[in-house]
Ligand binder design. Structure first.
Ligand code: SF4
Ligand code: SF4
Length: 424
């Protein structure tokens, strides 16, 4: 994930964990990634990957603050160094600055846009406000209008926090209504230290021993599970094959025995590094802390930083530090203890390192198990998993039938087996 304007943003979302990363660069006044760093990064990133398709992910902060011309330069550099490889670009934005110019550029260059939106107006505006504390929903919807007008491919990214987690169907139906065919849900969990550390950060890493409390905006574990279950129940009955919910598709991958395509549900970490504006590379977007800095690509080749012992250890730690409670868990194959950033509670037997969201994930993964088994079975038989919707209807119909010796619901006074149930 590339942050060509560092943590700088035109909004002040109350739950954002990235805004305070400005404190890591106290001397910086110009946050634009300089031309030489940008060029070196694009060249090294393409050269380092032995793949036909190279995917860049631009985010921030808010990348639209750099203006369209900056990204024209990005595309030029990508073409210059592509060397026969196909380049894809993903672009995460809050949507506020989108206009016709952006729409034309994004469509013309086939950028896949991720739009941050947390649900209908009253839910979205609770935390997503601008620097003056003003709501942003109307401006985001205007931005979305430009994406649609120019036919830009987009998906939505919804932060699941303490408040909107209590309104799962409102959120889900709203996102469908506005035309999102690909929904990403990201749980927000942060711990706030009573005092900021030497690095100026107050939202602390899981390894920190500073006194801290879970923030008031963090989603509650069981509520997160209920949120996912409620959306799943609606999706599995009506929308399979029509609406893509990233988390459900990733779960299906794991039920099929495949490696999850989302890092949080993989056994190990290590492939979601964050590139800051000045060329500093961090182990992960969720671990932009001083101790997780791998180095700077203007001083050491990107590839050597990616393959460094520090990064390999970071990746394997996810698996190697799993508490016994997780290792023995029946849904470990789907969860793998989720993101290490959220592992700061103790297991029931007192071991450290359990994921704060564990109770929610247990609830969710157990809830979806029969449906996932069915869909995985269909896929293995080369049939569409969307058959699950008809299967559920049949199951539910069968459950509604009266017992053979029950009075017949037609009111004849006969037993069901002697009346309408005779042919059944
Ligand atoms: S730390 Fe979390 S976000 Fe980062 S790679 Fe690991 S699972 Fe993914
Ligand atoms: S559901 Fe809980 S116990 Fe099971 S792997 Fe996930 S975090 Fe660990």
């Amino acid at each position: 994930m590339t942050k060509p304007i560092g943590p700088l943003c035109n909004l002040d979302c109350k739950y954002c964990f990235y805004l305070e990363k400005e404190n890591l660069y106290p001397q910086t006044s110009d946050w634009r990634m300089p031309d030489d760093v940008l060029e070196s990064y694009i060249r090294q990133y393409i050269e380092a990957q032995n793949a036909e398709v190279i995917s860049f992910a631009w985010q921030g902060g808010e990348p639209t603050l750099l203006g369209v011309d900056y990204f024209r330069k990005v595309v030029e550099l990508e073409k210059r160094y592509a060397n026969g490889k196909r380049i894809k670009n993903a672009f995460q934005t809050n949507g506020i600055l989108l206009d016709d110019r952006w729409g034309e550029f994004l469509a013309e260059n086939r950028f896949l846009v991720g739009l941050s939106i947390d649900g209908p107006e009253e839910l979205h505006d609770r935390y997503r406000v601008d620097k003056g504390g003003q709501p942003t929903f109307a401006r985001v919807m205007r931005g979305l209008g430009y994406l649609k007008k120019h036919g830009v491919e987009f998906n939505t990214l919804t932060v699941v926090e303490r408040h909107n987690s209590q309104h799962p169907l409102e959120v889900y139906r709203f996102l469908k209504e506005v035309g999102s065919g690909f929904l990403q849900f990201i749980p927000i969990v942060e711990r706030v230290a009573t005092r900021s550390g030497a690095d100026g950060l107050i939202l602390i890493s899981p390894a920190s021993t500073q006194p801290a409390k879970v923030s008031t905006w963090s989603v509650e574990p069981r509520q997160y599970g209920k949120f996912l279950c409620a959306i799943f129940d609606e999706w599995i009955r009506h929308d399979v094959g029509r609406v893509y919910v990233q988390l459900f598709d990733v779960a299906l991958e794991t039920w099929l025995g495949l490696k999850a395509s989302l890092c949080v549900f993989r056994e190990t970490c290590g492939s979601a590094m964050a590139m800051e504006h000045n060329g500093d590379l961090y182990s992960c977007d969720h671990f932009v802390y001083r101790e997780n800095k791998l180095g700077n690509i203007m001083e050491k080749p990107l590839e050597s930083l990616v393959r460094s012992a520090q990064q390999v250890k970071f990746g394997l730690n996810k698996r190697d530090t799993l508490p016994r409670y997780c290792r023995e868990c029946d849904v470990r194959f789907a969860c793998h203890g989720e993101c290490p950033k959220h592992r700061f509670i103790r297991t029931p037997d007192g071991e450290e390192g359990l994921n704060y969201l564990c109770a929610g994930y247990k609830l969710f993964f157990h809830h979806i198990d029969p449906y996932m088994r069915f869909m995985a079975g269909e896929l293995l038989e080369h049939r569409p998993p969307a058959n699950v919707m008809a299967w559920i209807r049949e199951q539910e119909k069968a459950q509604q039938l009266p017992g053979r010796n029950d009075p017949c619901p037609c009111g004849s006074g006969l037993k069901y087996k002697k009346c309408c149930g005779h042919s059944v």
